[in-house]
Design a protein around this ligand. Structure first.
Ligand code: MRU
Length: 370
């Protein structure tokens, strides 16, 4: 895939509006570059299909819902240049090839294609922008509904502990506002708990190799004044064993029709440890993350394998705050980097969606989305 560089600005000319927004020219797509957070606030301006694909591949935008909506805007950018059937097809294929696990990408691209293909080419660019803008708005509403349903779980955990002390929530990766267009998925109930005056404290697991927990979740929860503690990924079992976690809330990148859930590598281990210690483990996601065509997640969900450098090196701010990377392994060592794992439904206490909370099984999920 051709990589083309998008324009950056450290002092954004326009106000930052979430994770992705349309510039005042009505055409350029602005994104908050997540590879630079929490150290630098950098806005990138995307004007082409290739820049959008590059932003997804390099994880400047990331998180299942945000990947989907970014791709929708990528189609809109492509349609401005050429809106023939061939151009639509090329945009679809280029973006589909960016990241394989989050099914929101396929959902967004199929929705765009179904919407645009019947239209005359002259109408496609405007229609593509309108549809992408609609998806963005819908994700914000969906996040809010997810948050309301998830809040009930936090309230229940608070009652279970006799309202003594904050509800201790464990989360992994960033299923937060940075991975979506609005409130986040797993974090939406946390924000609403704060609004409702329910005390919470969040254990944020760092999420090696890319540290989405340590860098992104810690940043966004901290920004909103939610008490948190970052722990290394390997600490989760210890916390669960000591009774220091009341509830586990994680996001998802693809959930099968029977409720198996793919999420950031390390999620599965947390689910198993949570069950061993009878701590409720919930997977939180919108309907656009469900892949109704799959059943057995372990066998059927494609798992993205990323480059070994993300394992052998870590990125962070050095002395003087300058961003850089350091190697943590001997040179030329072999490293494997599966970006996601699958938690089979039997390890999941329940699924939290914009339609409500249900058990992780085919009948319950289908009833919710009937
Ligand atoms: O590789 P990433 O950072 O895109 O992975 C993100 C996750 O695994 C999130 O938990 C998931 O996409 C939910 S985002 C609301």
């Amino acid at each position: 895939m051709p990589i083309s560089k998008s324009k950056t600005s450290r002092r954004p000319p326009e106000e930052i509006d979430g994770t992705l927004w349309l510039a005042s020219d009505g055409r350029t797509v602005c994104i908050l570059d997540q590879t630079r957070l929490p150290h630098e606030t950098v806005v990138r301006r995307l004007t082409t299909l290739e820049q959008t694909a590059e932003a997804i591949v390099t994880m400047r935008v990331r998180g299942a819902p945000l990947i989907g909506v970014s791709a929708a805007f990528g189609v809109a950018l492509a349609m401005r240049v050429s809106a023939t059937d061939a151009a639509l097809d090329r945009a679809f294929r280029t973006l589909m090839n960016t990241r394989p696990t989050a099914v929101n990408l396929r959902w967004a691209l199929e929705t765009m294609r179904a919407h645009l293909a019947p239209l005359p080419p002259a109408e496609r660019a405007a229609a593509a922008y309108a549809e992408a803008i609609r998806m963005r708005a819908e994700d914000i509403t969906t996040n809010r509904r997810i948050g309301e349903h998830g809040l009930d779980l936090i309230k229940a955990a608070w009652e279970r502990k006799g309202r003594s002390g904050p509800v201790q929530v464990l989360t992994h990766c960033n299923a937060g506002r940075l991975g979506t267009l609005g409130w986040g998925t797993a974090t939406a109930p946390m924000y609403l708990a704060k609004e409702a005056g329910i005390p919470i404290h969040v254990w944020v697991s760092e999420t090696r190799p890319r540290n989405q927990g340590a860098a992104l979740t810690a940043w966004e929860l901290g920004e909103k004044g939610i008490p948190l503690t970052v722990v290394v990924d390997n600490e989760s079992g210890h916390l669960l064993q000591r009774g220091m976690v009341d509830l586990v809330l994680v996001g998802a990148d693809r959930v099968t029709a029977r409720g198996d859930a793919a999420n950031k590598i390390g999620t599965y281990l947390k689910a198993v440890a949570a069950r061993a210690h009878q701590v409720p483990f919930y997977v939180v996601f919108p309907g656009t993350t469900i892949d109704w065509t799959l059943q057995d997640g372990v066998k059927e969900i494609p798992i993205e394998e990323r480059g070994p450098k993300e394992v052998t090196h870590v990125v962070g701010a050095g002395t003087g705050g300058r961003l850089g990377e350091v190697r943590v392994t001997p040179p030329s060592v072999a490293a494997r980097n599966d970006a996601f794992d699958v938690t089979p439904a039997r390890w999941i206490t329940g699924l939290v969606t914009e339609r409500g909370v249900c058990r992780a099984n085919a009948t319950a999920l289908k009833r919710l989305y009937r």
